[in-house]
Design a protein around this ligand. Structure first.
Ligand code: HEM
Length: 483
């Protein structure tokens, strides 16, 4: 057999027949070409400094995979403000100095859509053609519907939802993990606000339990799920198919519902924008995922930071008590736009939380050979920045690891390297809704409950690079209802 050539103890050409000789010559040729390509790559004198490990294709995937954020930091200390990592067949060129971020956000040689098309295909079974046909329409619709003017009235709906969901999910008899409380109360509140109350994703108790279980699986394995063939992650794929089915049902049941002017029906908005195409519910699933995947852990961290910092907690409570002097405390109470505007210190807590718990990396695809900071960067490269690290740049944030909401008082948020929501044409279109929901979640919590903390603040998981970090341990609190 041809593969037996590797077992032959001595390579005497005389013993080989011509077929074996051809195979061996072919293999040696292919191997030499691979080595040449490999060395050629690293010896492009004008390419950024790089880390490729010893094994072609795999590159530095093993070291990178163990602790990706720490690895990026070490390489930036070693190489400076631009460098390339070769990771499992991908070329990732990192820019680490915020002063260079214009190469990332305002550069016609790099592209957002080409960077996300395949992950979106894997996430929601949206084909390449469907993606390019509808993506920009979807982005602009979400940005319009959740923009600064429209998001104010949505806050009242969301706060009313939270008021009810807290009553359902906060157990007054024993300590609970805050992440679980946040997930249970926020998922339902956000989805009822965006997709209409009564939507089949979260309406019945049994459906909601199923939703929670599937979403946690989907969210935890998201990074692998959007990269690997579905066969490797059967539970993730089952969760995805479950959401696609539930979204199809949501579109059947919720069209034309909740049409009052102060409410939003994302189902109708999507249906109109995408001309009722058969893929509309798949884009609906994208919006569903985007609306809770980052906002919910961000709200969790905000409350966790406040609860574990005596001085911040006192200031937050004082501000809430001052603004809501006439709060009735009954189950129908809501927080409106004007109230939120007065909670200025709480808004600073929002900024400080998204500074510290922002995405590990965001990327763009280089679509044309280009030059960045005098280096050649080839088409096909993924250009990356790390909001997590740029938010810890001491030139812009003193004592960067400290939770100091005061740094945002009287400060404009237009700080170089502060890119919690990305930037450019496809900057997060849900950013106003995300910030409003964090502020509303914490305000409503403190209006309704006092609480005792039983755990130290959890460490964030630094394994996942995409999305707001998740906690690595439980954060137990016990709550009592305010009279
Ligand atoms: C605090 C909460 C949130 C954070 C930290 C966050 C962060 C981000 C970031 C960093 C991006 C990538 C942008 C880029 O590459 O330039 C993004 C994209 C996106 N976000 Fe958010 N986001 C949040 C909440 C939301 C919410 C509530 C929605 C509501 C629907 C949303 C919808 C989206 C969508 C649809 C995209 C993809 C944009 C596109 O495909 O055109 N996000 N988000």
């Amino acid at each position: 057999m041809w593969f037996d050539i590797w077992r032959e103890p001595t390579f005497t050409l005389g013993k080989l027949n011509s077929f074996e000789l051809d195979i061996r010559t072919g293999l040696i040729f292919i191997f030499s070409v691979l080595i040449l390509i490999y060395f050629e790559r690293y010896h492009d004198k004008k390419a950024p400094p790089s880390c490729g490990g010893w094994i072609p294709w795999l590159g530095c995937a093993v070291q990178f995979g163990k602790q990706p954020l720490g690895f990026i930091k070490r390489k930036s200390q070693e190489f400076g403000s631009i460098f390339t990592l070769y990771v499992a067949g991908e070329r990732l060129t990192f820019l680490t100095d915020p002063k260079d971020f214009h190469y990332f956000f305002d550069n016609s040689d790099v592209d957002f859509q080409q960077a996300v098309q395949v992950p979106v295909q894997n996430l929601a079974s949206i084909s390449r053609t469907q993606f390019y046909k509808y993506h920009t329409k979807l982005h602009d619709m979400v940005k319009g519907r959740l923009g600064p003017v429209r998001v104010g009235p949505l806050g009242s709906t969301l706060s009313g939802q939270l008021n009810q969901q807290f009553d359902k999910h906060i157990d007054l008899t024993e300590p609970q993990d805050l992440m679980m409380i946040t997930r249970r109360s926020m998922y339902a509140s956000v989805l009822n606000t965006l997709f209409g109350e009564g939507n089949p994703l979260v309406h019945e108790k049994a459906d909601y339990e199923e939703f929670l279980k599937r979403f946690i699986t989907f969210d935890n394995d998201f990074e692998l799920g959007v990269k690997l063939p579905s066969i490797f992650l059967p539970k993730w794929t089952a969760a995805k198919n479950y959401f696609l089915k539930r979204m199809a049902l949501t579109f059947q049941q919720m069209r034309g519902q909740n049409t009052q002017s102060d409410k939003l029906n994302m189902v109708d908005a999507l249906w109109d924008k995408l001309d009722g195409d058969e893929v509309t519910h798949k884009f609906g699933m994208l919006v569903m995922f985007a609306s809770i995947a980052n906002g919910v852990p961000a709200a969790y961290w905000m409350l966790t930071y406040i609860l574990t910092n005596e001085i911040v907690r006192e200031k937050v409570l004082k501000e809430i008590n001052d603004v809501f002097k006439d709060w009735q405390g009954n189950g129908d109470c809501t927080i409106d736009e004007e109230d939120l505007k007065k909670l200025t210190y709480l808004k600073c807590c929002v900024y400080e939380t998204i500074r510290l718990r922002s995405e590990g990396i965001i990327g763009r695809k280089v679509v044309k050979d280009t030059q960045i900071k005098g280096y050649n960067v080839a088409a096909g490269t993924m250009l990356m920045i790390s909001p997590y690290w740029s938010h810890r740049d001491e030139r812009y944030f003193t004592e960067p690891e400290m939770f100091k909401p005061e740094r945002w008082e009287n400060s404009n948020t237009d700080i170089p390297g502060f890119v919690a929501f990305g930037g450019g044409r496809y900057q997060c279109p849900g950013r106003w809704f995300g910030m409003m929901s964090m502020q509303t979640f914490v305000a409503m919590f403190f209006l309704k409950y006092t609480c005792t903390v039983h755990s130290p603040i959890p460490a964030p998981s630094l394994i996942h690079l995409i999305g707001v970090q998740h906690p690595t341990s439980e954060f137990l609190i016990s709550c009592s209802k305010k009279a």
